[in-house]
Design a protein around this ligand. Sequence first.
Ligand SMILES: [Zn+2]
Length: 230
Amino acid sequence: MFDLQTAIQQAKHVTFMTGAGVSTASGIPDYRSKGGLYADQVDPEYALSIDNLQAHHEDFHKFVVNNMYFPAAKPNVIHEKMATITNQKGTIVTQNVDGLDRKAGAEHVVEFHGNLYRIYCQTCHKHFDYETYLKSDVHAADGGILRPDIVLYGEPINPDTVSAAIEAISTADLLIVVGTSFVVYPFAGLIGYAQPEATIVAVNREKIALPEGAHMVQGDAVNVFAKLVV
Ligand SMILES: [Zn+2]
């Protein structure tokens, strides 16, 4: 029978592929989930699009400030155990933009969709701290619009980020998918870069579509990771 603890101990390179479900236990809502907090408000895919940022930067700013920033959020047991494991022998490839893996001390992290707490001016490309951005999205010196360094709907993923993710996945002998329903491409397609002999396992509350031969650990990831001895 498949045992996650044993699989992690025996693996040479563990790559975690993570999504919003990892951070919900830290109080960060999954804006994409059905019946989520914003289900009957604006369409989050438009609110978080490059079109919205370019056409209505005030609306974009209001949406991200009101719905996305949780600076007081702390890493939970999933982030902590993943950090310990990957600092020894692995990588975290995350769709999350909350920076909690790095806050947990993880050193080998690929932030596939960027990081909300990195802010830059679209005009002069100077960097700002997020506290400045929470107050205003205009760079007074040049009138440029500030934005978080995250991948918006309608924007491509940075090619260096894609390469780093492929490297992490193709070199892993154990791939652990956590807290993601795996519906967002191109992230979901990354699993195709796994070695044919790699062990693939998903930890998720609901069953998700996985390649043949993959293992499913069905349950709350917080409970699953709390039991891991790393
Ligand atoms: Zn500027």
